[in-house]
Write a protein that binds this ligand. Structure first.
Ligand SMILES: *Cc1c(COP(=O)(O)O)cnc(C)c1O
Length: 364
């Protein structure tokens, strides 16, 4: 087998090795079915078991209440940026409030504008998106159709530590880059959605957890594929779903349940990994300049810059010599970003922390 490296890509991102190995073992023939997941009918009993199993795993991991529906959709998080307002905002005469703490929140708001009136409930752009808002800073309207926020801003590396308080207004969350990194109180959300390719599986499938009373808000004139209600009635099988993607979500959630032991254990491990890198930053006497304010630091995406961008090339090259890849930051932030999702092994983070200490020593 070709050697695997430690890849800190923001997404598509590292998957748990046991899930990949099982997919490899069963790629030519699923046990009991005799055909590949790539060949099997989405109406077969084998696939029904897989998609129901993936949902059951998610329900177990997140203690999803019974009055919530779990959907497996296509179109990525970006389609949800439009689908949510299409179903919950369009034609209501209301406005939707957007908490914008980074690039993805901004994009979500601009997509929603195509469907109705949106308001900026908080804008972190003047502060270069280095933190999330404090509770008193939100400018919320009590009669908004919903409030939208991004639990973890993948590009800036800023993350909410708790849900914003929004009263009785439905809370919508793009959790693409921190879905399943810890347990969250699903009952606080109207809709919690996440594309799979950061923390839950491969590209091509998006998980949408929606409170049942919101399913019916979309008008009857919506195209079927864009209606939460129709997709729920069709049990995500209105048309051919991304079978391979759903299968991988099943294997990843099997790993979380059976090998990790649930999301509290996963969160402990994630915090430990993040601490290792933030400790290096904090103990570097200013050599590493963390982008996020400490209280808003992400446990998933660690963003930092070097004292001099002339060193960037050497950092990338020397990291690669230690099998550490995909560390370059987004061009809008500069510097570096280590994405340390659930599946990034502790050893990968240890190796990166050691490299960062050595690199500093050689270059201060
Ligand atoms: C990656 C990402 C997206 C975009 O997801 P797509 O599936 O490519 O549409 C949106 N929001 C966040 C927070 C992300 O990390």
């Amino acid at each position: 087998m070709e050697k695997r490296v430690y890849d800190f890509s923001p997404g598509p991102a590292v998957l748990p090795l046991p899930a990949l190995e099982q997919a490899q073992r069963d790629l030519l023939a699923l046990p009991g079915a005799g055909v590949s997941i790539l060949e099997i009918s989405h109406r077969s009993s084998t696939f029904t078991e897989i998609i129901e199993g993936a949902e059951a795993n998610l329900r177990a991991l997140l203690a999803i209440p019974d009055d919530y529906t779990v959907l497996f959709l296509q179109g990525g998080a970006l389609l949800q940026f439009a689908m949510a307002p299409m179903n919950l905002l369009r034609g209501t005469g209301k406005t939707a409030d957007y908490i914008v703490s980074g690039t993805w929140g901004k994009k979500a708001m601009s997509e929603a504008k195509t469907q109705g009136n949106v308001r900026m409930a908080w804008d972190g752009s003047a502060g270069k998106f280095t933190r999330v808002p404090k509770s008193g800073e939100l400018d919320l309207k009590g009669d908004a159709a919903y409030v939208h926020f991004t639990s973890n801003e993948t590009i800036q590396g800023v993350q909410f530590k708790a849900e914003p308080e929004v009263g009785g207004v439905p809370l919508l969350c793009d959790a693409s880059s921190d879905f399943l990194h810890r347990r969250v109180p699903v009952e606080k959300y109207g809709i919690l959605y996440a594309c799979a390719q950061k923390n839950a599986g491969p590209a091509g499938v998006t998980v949408v957890i929606i409170r049942n009373d919101l399913l019916a808000r979309g008008g009857d004139d919506l195209p079927s594929m864009l209606s939460y209600r129709v997709m729920a009635e069709g049990k995500s099988l209105l048309n051919t779903p991304p079978c391979m993607g759903v299968y991988m979500v099943k294997l990843v959630t099997d790993w979380l349940l059976n090998e990790i032991g649930g999301l509290d254990k996963m969160y402990q491990r994630n915090q430990r990994k993040a601490e290792m890198l933030y400790d290096v930053i904090d103990q570097s006497e200013g050599f590493y300049d963390g982008h996020a304010e400490p209280a808003s630091r992400s446990v998933m995406n660690v963003t930092f810059r070097l004292p001099n961008p002339d060193l960037d090339k050497a950092f990338v090259a020397q990291a690669a010599e230690r099998d550490l890849y995909s560390l370059k930051g987004h061009r809008s932030v500069g510097g570096f970003r280590a994405s340390i999702y659930n599946a990034m092994p502790v050893e990968g983070v240890e190796r990166l922390a050691e490299f960062m200490r050595d690199f500093r020593k050689a270059n201060v």
